[in-house]
Design a binder for this molecule. Structure first.
Ligand SMILES: [Ca+2]
Ligand SMILES: [Ca+2]
Length: 168
């Protein structure tokens, strides 16, 4: 019996050590490709993997979306699309979940095709083994924002403006 207790102690001490090496990973983000304009709603499908023995509660996890013209996230051409999207459900220990989150194309969007990146945001006390895998982007530049879509918003009543331009 004493032997059993020692084994239990050793096992839980080991488990505590593993738990301190928490790691959440964004495995992928997918959005339907197509043309979007300012104010349009886009639905992102995000796969999240929790590599630790502790669940990550929905309150502790939120997401931020960025647009990037090149495949690199974190350099100068990126701009924020939308932030503060709280997770809809907890990510259980050692599990993978797929979640859908909607965001809206912001008024300061620029025309062109962009990659959509997602950042997982966790509390500052979430001690992670690897923070580099908290970001992920779409495989290709799937979000296409045509110039005319932006003109509709910028000029307001875009059809009238276009008609006047045609008459000149
Ligand atoms: Ca991570
Ligand atoms: Ca970029």
């Amino acid at each position: 019996m004493l032997q059993d207790r020692e084994d239990t102690y050793v096992a839980s001490a080991y488990a505590v050590e593993v738990m301190s090496q928490q790691d959440l990973e964004i495995v992928s983000i997918k959005i339907p490709s197509g043309e979007f304009g300012v104010g349009d709603v886009v639905q992102a499908e995000i796969v999240i993997k929790n590599h630790s023995d502790a669940e990550v509660s929905s309150d502790d996890l939120s997401f931020e979306f960025v647009a990037s013209k090149d495949p690199v996230l974190g350099n100068g051409d990126d701009y924020l699309i939308s932030s503060g999207h709280t997770a809809q459900e907890a990510v259980l220990a050692n599990s993978t979940v797929t979640t859908s989150i909607e965001f809206v194309i912001p008024a300061d969007a620029t025309a062109g095709s962009v990659y959509v990146g997602v950042y997982a945001q966790l509390p500052s006390n979430y001690d992670e083994l690897n923070k580099a895998n908290n970001i992920q982007r779409t495989e290709s530049a799937v979000l296409n924002i045509p110039e005319w879509e932006l003109n509709l918003v910028t000029l307001g009543n875009g059809q009238v403006n276009q008609d006047f331009a045609a008459m000149r």
